[in-house]
Design a protein around this ligand. Structure first.
Ligand code: SF4
Ligand code: SF4
Length: 357
């Protein structure tokens, strides 16, 4: 099997870090992909600053997403935000909103994009997951952290089996409460999400219908509210292919987990796919190292090795679903994932072509 060389890694543009500053969290979301708990650990302040400085040496426009656990629990969060914002980086804080009011006296918060997640439009149901007061903080975000610097205010909705019928209501809520982006994402089968009945699983035939309906409704809402808010759908979409192995223009979003392991996107989390660890390796060693190259080579040739696809008419066209999620589910890359969704997508494309002809 021909393998790509180190030069493949030069094609990646490095411009952001998704930094999990701590694995501690004061909420206990039943579907947390990271399985965060109150017992986690912070990455020491000096190490975080050291990694940010290394990032600026590689690209002085590096942007940071500060996540966790709950990043506002990090003992040095104010200094970290101050440092990240001092270089004109675009800094996004992902918070469960529980501590926002308590922290609102700190004006550095206004310099960040802020992303919060809403679980339900019902206050009690939401607070049962995120902590009492979290819902009111989300409603009052624009008063608690005034948007003095024209930053993004992102409302995230994790779509579950319980809330897809409220997509339009979430849009109205986001518009009425001053959010600039509404970001829908699907729960994934990882961490506490693994085996969680709330996950809409596009591997299950019956769930495929929900997926297509959700995608259709989000499209409709994007059009309906286009003058009020930007609506986006996150998660690598099963039909577009893995961005890491787009041979012409691969892309990655470096994730640094709270134990220091670095991964090329959010959905890898097994130690053996770590590109290196910030406590042992420099950022350059992580971004240009053999571990990254070995992973890319595994992924590039994964599609040829899936026995279950060899008889399928779409074998040559299909990317066989997200490899990271396939690994989480089957402990191997050599399995397809989201097959029934992919087949339906191909069938729909063919039907649409026939109609055009
Ligand atoms: S591994 Fe999955 S989530 Fe990561 S870039 Fe590829 S398709 Fe996207
Ligand atoms: S549609 Fe399913 S069986 Fe066919 S190639 Fe894709 S993943 Fe494999």
């Amino acid at each position: 099997m021909a393998k790509v060389e180190t030069s493949y890694l030069d094609k990646f543009e490095f411009n952001s870090i998704y930094f999990e500053l701590t694995s501690r969290c004061n909420a206990r979301c039943s579907y947390c992909y990271n399985s965060s708990t109150s017992m986690g650990k912070d990455i020491p302040y000096d190490k975080i600053i050291d990694v940010m400085c290394q990032a600026y040496m590689i690209n002085n426009k590096t942007d940071f997403v500060l996540s966790g656990g709950e990043p506002l629990l990090h003992s040095n969060i104010i200094d970290i935000i101050d440092f990240a914002c001092s270089n004109n980086s675009d800094v996004t804080l992902i918070s469960n909103a529980y501590l926002l009011k308590k922290m609102s006296i700190y004006e550095g918060l206004s310099k960040c994009n802020i992303q919060v997640t809403i679980d339900s439009l019902n206050r009690v149901q939401h607070d049962n997951v995120r902590g009492e007061g979290s819902f009111d903080n989300i409603v009052n975000m624009q008063n608690i952290v005034p948007n003095l610097y024209n930053k993004k205010r992102i409302l995230r909705v994790n779509l579950t089996r319980n809330n897809t019928q409220y997509i339009n209501d979430f849009c109205v809520f986001a518009v009425n409460n001053g959010y600039t982006i509404l970001s829908f994402g699907f729960l994934v089968n990882q961490g506490r999400g693994q085996g969680n009945p709330l996950v809409i699983d596009y591997d299950i035939e019956a769930d495929k219908k929900i997926w297509f309906e959700v995608i259709h409704t989000i499209k409709e809402c994007s059009e309906r509210y286009k003058n009020d808010i930007a609506i986006e759908r996150k998660n690598c979409y099963p039909k577009t292919g893995c961005e890491l192995v787009n041979r012409k223009k691969p892309s990655m979003a470096l994730r640094i987990a709270a134990n220091g392991n670095a991964f090329p996107c959010l959905y890898f989390n097994h130690e053996k796919h770590s590109l290196g660890n910030i406590f042992d390796n420099s950022l350059i060693e992580i971004l240009k190292g053999q571990r990254f190259l070995d992973l890319i080579n595994l992924l590039l040739y994964r599609e040829d090795n899936i026995e279950g696809c060899k008889q399928c008419i779409w074998d040559k066209q299909c990317f066989k679903g997200c490899p990271a999620l396939a690994f989480s589910k089957y402990n191997s890359f050599e399995n397809e994932i989201s097959c029934s969704f992919l087949k339906e997508t191909f069938d729909k494309a063919i039907r649409a072509m026939r109609l055009e002809i």
